[in-house]
Write a protein that binds this ligand. Sequence first.
Ligand SMILES: Nc1ncnc2c1ncn2[C@@H]1O[C@H](COP(=O)(O)OP(=O)(O)OP(=O)(O)O)[C@@H](O)[C@H]1O
Ligand SMILES: [Mg+2]
Length: 337
Amino acid sequence: MVGLDIGSKTIKAVELAKEGDGWKLLASGVIGHTGDSVEHIKEDKNIAALAEIIKKLFKEARISSKQVAVSIPESQVFTRTITFPMLTDQEIESAVKWEAEQYIPIPLKEAIVQHQILERRENATPPGVAVLLVAAPRSLVEKYTRVVQLAGLTPMAVETSLMAAARALAPVDQTVMIIDLGARSTDMAIVKNGMLSFSRSVATAGEAFTRAVAQTLGVEIQQAEAYKRTYGLSSSQLEGKIKGALDPVFKMVTDEIKKAIHFYQTEEKGDAPKAVILSGGTAGMPQAVGALTEMLGLEVVVGNPFAKVVVNPDAAKSLAAFAPLYSIAVGLAERGE
Ligand SMILES: Nc1ncnc2c1ncn2[C@@H]1O[C@H](COP(=O)(O)OP(=O)(O)OP(=O)(O)O)[C@@H](O)[C@H]1O
Ligand SMILES: [Mg+2]
């Protein structure tokens, strides 16, 4: 199975094969694109152009399977936890069908709704079953399916990006927060014992960091991008000028992270996450881990989606740049359906 993560700036693909209890990496690759994100594409010719880039990626990365699982961006998805009384799985399934309308902001006939039982709280007062509802606009799912088919591939599954990231990165015996720091969006999930229990997306990420450097220092976007990648949040470089430009944006992002944790703890009565696991391109920003650790007061690590994957040196080459870029693609490939 191939996991395909079509980001707003880069497209990532990972091909895995089952090996014993684990996985083996067969191929992987990343390619940049300058077109619109799938959700913003209106014209068919732009869908076709994106499909061509995906074809090119599969060819260059020497991916052999045509069966793909594709992710849809968290910003386009609605997730919410609801508590039902102690019903059976089957009863919950029909309750979701009948009651979803009141919980999700899209008309039911225009949405694809899935649910997942998170926890049966038999000893709580009152006892109840926590259920995660996930809803995505049907038209968007169809658009992703079309892009994949136009690229000559067979869509086997569509999943939200954080569900995929959680599969690749989250431990099964703890509550952690996963943060995917991309180009346009910062996506956050709280994952309890391997199950996604909460998610939120904020439209501030890598591009906003670059713009802040360009504006504050009065340099071109390309130069700003290079400064950001080289110096990041380091205070000892260029007299801390880059850090100074990045700080206000960084604070905005960390405030949103804190708010999300607070919401999860108060509204959803969840445990505080024990650690934060980062993924996405912006996770590679110098000093990002240190600065986040300080701002959040939590342990912060950069995730390695290949920790449970056997990687031979040949296949590893393309990963050398930055493995956490592939978290979502790895999680998708691990769906194994
Ligand atoms: N070393 C680095 N330091 C800082 N930022 C980096 C570094 N490497 C990549 N980036 C940033 O990462 C972003 C791209 O990351 P990624 O590929 O995860 O985004 P995407 O998936 O295309 O976007 P999104 O998920 O928001 O749609 C760009 O904004 C880029 O500037
Ligand atoms: Mg992304």
